[in-house]
Design a protein around this ligand. Sequence first.
Ligand code: NAD
Length: 475
Amino acid sequence: MHRFRHWIDGQARDAAGGRWLDVHDPANAQAYAQVAAGDAADVELAVAAAQAAFPAWSALPHSERARWLEALASALETRLEDFAQAESRDAGKPIRLAREAEIPRAVSNLRFFAHAATQFASESHHGQAGLNYTLRAPLGVVATISPWNLPLYLFTWKIAPALAAGNTVVAKPSEVTPATASMLGELAAEIGFPHGVLNIVHGLGPEVGESLVRHPAVRAISFTGSTAVGQRIAGIAAPLLRKVSLELGGKNPTLVFADSDWRAHLDTLVRSAFQNSGQICLCGSRVLIERSIYDEVRDALVERAQALKIGEPADESTALGPLVSQAHYDKVLAALKRARGEGGRVLCGGHALDRPGWYVAPTVIEGLGPDCASNREEIFGPVVTLQAFDDDAQALALANAGDYGLSASVWTRDLARAHRLAAQLRVGMVWVNTWLQRDLRTPFGGVGASGLGREGGAEAMRFFTDAKNVGLHLG
Ligand code: NAD
C-alpha cells in the first residue's frame, strides 16, 4: 500500500512516532493508502527546518523567489494529469473537474503569486508630517492548515503568497486527502527547491494542527476549514497574539429574480448548487426564487438535478462523485433526516445510493423557512433548499438570515437592483449573473461565522508581512 510521508527539510520522512492513518477511496470506501500520523515531534522538526531556512529565503531578491515559484508551477503543469488522477481518487472528485479546473488552478495560484512577489509594493505618504514610507517584511515561519474539499487548490492558495512574501512555511494538509500535497513536496524536492522553505507535516488536526498553532516560533496561521475548528484556533491564537486568517464555512444564497435570464444560466445555476457534490464553500445551498417564477425554476432545477450523471470519479462522463469520507457521508445523511423532520418536502434525491462508496443523490428540498436548522447550518453536500420571495426586501432578508456570510449570487437583468443588493448583502463576495468566476487579484473571504480576514492578491501578501512605517522630517 502506498504511503504518503511528511516532507521536512527537503526529505521524505515517516512520522516521528511511527504511526500511520488509513487513506480511503471514497468511490468504494476502501483504504488504498496510508499517511504519516504526525505529532508535536514532527512539527518541532519542521519548524526548526523552516527557521533555519528563513534567513536565506527571505534575503533572496524578489525575482529569485518568483523564479522558484514559477519553476514549481511549471513542474506541476507538466505533471498535471498525474496530479489530477491522484486528486480524483483521493477526494472522489470527477476526473474532469480535477483536470480542467482544480489542478490548473493550483498551477495558477503558484504562478500568480510568483508575479505578486515582484509586483508587491507598499505605500508612501508625503505631507505635513514629512515623508512616510512603509516597509513590508516577511513574518518568519508561518503555518498553513487546509481542508479536504479542494485539496491542492487551497493548499497552493496559501503556501504561494506565504512563500512569495519571503516566509518559510510548515503546511498541514487535510489528513482525509493528503495525496497531492505530498506529491507537491516530492516535486519541490525534485526541482531542487531550497530545503526547509516548504515543509509538509501530515496528521490529525488536534495533534499536528494544534501543535502548529501553539508553537512559539510560528508567527501566523492561515486556516481554511470549518467554523468550529476556526473558532478553536482563534481561541488558542488570541492570547498568544498570533496573526490568524480564517476562511470558514458558508450557507450561501442564490437569488433568482423573475427578470433574469435564468433559463440561459441554468447550467451555472445547477453547478453552483452541486459542483463537487456541493462540497465547495462557495456553493449556493439556499436558492431564493421570486414567487412568480418559483414553480418553473423549481421544476427545471429538479429535472436537471435528476439528470446529473453520478458515477465513478475516474469516468470521464461523471458529473457527480461520492462524498469524501464516511464521517461526512453520515453528517449529510443526518442533515437529510433532520430536514424531513423539520417538515421539508424532498423533491428529488434525499437518500444514499445503493452502491459501494459514499454516494448521496442530488437533493432539492422545499417548504423550509429561514429559521430551521436546514437553512442555517452548513450541510456541505449535494443538497439545496428552495424558498420563494415577493420583492427585493424579502429576498434580502432571507439572504441575510443566519450567521454565515461568505458569498451570494444574484441573478437579474436589472443592474440598479444588482448593485443595490450587492451593497446590502451581508457577505464577503457577490457574483451577479455568474458564479465562482474568480480573479485572483480580488479579496476573498467572508463575514460573521464565515471567517476573519481576506485572502487573494495584495490582501494575502499583506497578511504574510508585517508593516513598519518610517517617517522622515523634511523641514
Ligand atoms: P475541518 O475544520 O474539519 O479541517 C480543516 C483542517 O483543519 C484539516 O487540515 C484538519 O486536520 C485541521 N484541523 C482539525 N482540527 C484542528 C484543530 N483542533 N487545530 C488545528 N487544525 C485542525 O474542515 P474540513 O471538514 O476539512 O473542511 C470543510 C470545511 O471547510 C467546511 O466548513 C467548508 O465550508 C470550509 N471551507 C471554507 C472555505 C473558505 O474559503 N471559506 C474553503 C473551503 C472549505
